[in-house]
Write a protein that binds this ligand. Structure first.
Ligand code: SF4
Length: 347
């Protein structure tokens, strides 16, 4: 991994202070109802997302990141239930924060596309295969702006496709006539259609090749700079977030175990799991090194241990790790949940 090839534009700094917060997630807990005890897929998740910030969320399968996405966007379906916590969204043009957890379905519909939108892992899940691309843009645009004429909506569709490097004549194509990378860029353009303040991206580059992946990342950064929206970008690929995100939240066993500026995650990861993740990916632009990987498998969320969920895989495990749950604590610019840092926490 190398930050020397960073596609970020110099000058954009991590934000997220309470003063310019777009989203404040506090104590968010999501459980799946089952015959026995409920399975807690997200436990006590808290973070703040600044306006225009890109927050990366990373973790292995089963870490709870997909559950977090569906909870944030309120797209979760039973048996998943948000059992505690709040997601306070602060629209720029309204004084009061809105708690998305308690919002009615009708009020939520009013926020979708216009305030927040989502880009899914598979473009074919988002695009209607039997509708021309442009018609899908026209649908979204005219649903949210009833005064927009059909002709103006088609023009806007062409403009939006141009923003992600797709030529205007593609507006009449069907999704199956586009390459995978083009389809994924089209869904990003669709997410932008109503100028949202927040775009949640769920592994949007997993299904495309590395070259297209980098093009999409560069476009996300350029569009963020141009339109100022914030992004929650979820992936299992930490190396990708190091090039894209302002800050990175690392999830393990349904909890955030480290949250830090991307540069700190790369140069000085505090949690042994974060370090293991960082060392699991090959450097893109440096001489090849022996990859270390993380031994073992992620914990079963149905039977989490009382102490640290990473204990069975941790090279630095101590006796207390097996019985005492490490809580998130500030260490420098990072917050981390690991007993190794208990002594460094300010009184
Ligand atoms: Fe390892 Fe203990 Fe830290 Fe968990 S709390 S990551 S087991 S040192």
């Amino acid at each position: 991994m190398s930050l020397t090839t960073d596609v970020r534009t110099p000058g954009i700094q991590p934000s997220g202070g309470a003063g310019d917060a777009l989203l404040e997630v506090s104590g968010l807990t999501v459980e799946y109802a089952s015959a026995g005890a409920p399975t807690r897929a997200c436990s006590d998740i808290s973070f703040t997302l600044g306006r225009g910030e890109i927050l990366g969320v990373v973790g292995e399968s089963g870490s709870g990141k997909s559950t977090l996405i569906t909870a944030l966007t309120r797209l979760q379906r039973p048996p998943a239930v948000t059992t505690a916590g709040s997601i306070r969204y602060r629209p720029r043009d309204r004084g009061e924060a809105i708690d998305l957890v308690t919002l009615t379905p009708k009020a939520l519909r009013g926020l979708r596309w216009t305030r927040m939108s989502i880009v899914l892992q598979s473009a074919m899940d988002a695009l209607n295969p039997v509708m021309r691309l442009g018609a899908q843009f026209v649908d979204v645009l005219r649903t949210h702006d009833r005064r927009m004429s059909r002709a103006a909506a088609w023009d806007e569709a062409r403009r939006l496709l141009g923003l992600v490097g797709i030529s205007a004549d593609r507006v009449r194509s069907y999704p199956h006539e586009l390459s995978g990378g083009m389809r994924q860029r089209a869904t990003i353009a669709l997410a932008l259609a109503c100028r949202p303040e927040l775009i949640v991206m769920d592994e949007p580059t997993t299904a495309v090749d590395v070259v297209m992946q980098r093009q999409i990342l560069a476009q996300v950064l350029r569009l963020r700079r141009e339109f100022g929206f914030a992004v929650v970008f979820v992936t299992h690929d930490l190396s990708l977030l190091l090039e894209l995100a302002d800050r990175i939240a690392v999830m393990y066993g349904g909890r955030i175990v480290e949250l830090a500026p991307a540069r700190d995650v790369y140069h000085s990861p505090r949690h042994p799991y974060t370090k293991g993740l960082r060392d699991s990916f090959p450097p893109l632009h440096a001489t090849s090194t022996r990859l270390e990987g993380i031994p073992g498998t992620p914990p079963d969320l149905r039977a989490l241990p009382p102490g640290c969920a990473f204990a069975d895989r941790c090279p630095a495990v101590m006796d207390r790790c097996r019985t005492e749950l490490p809580l998130l604590q500030p260490v420098g610019d990072t917050i981390v949940a690991c007993h190794l840092h208990d002594e460094e926490v300010p009184a």
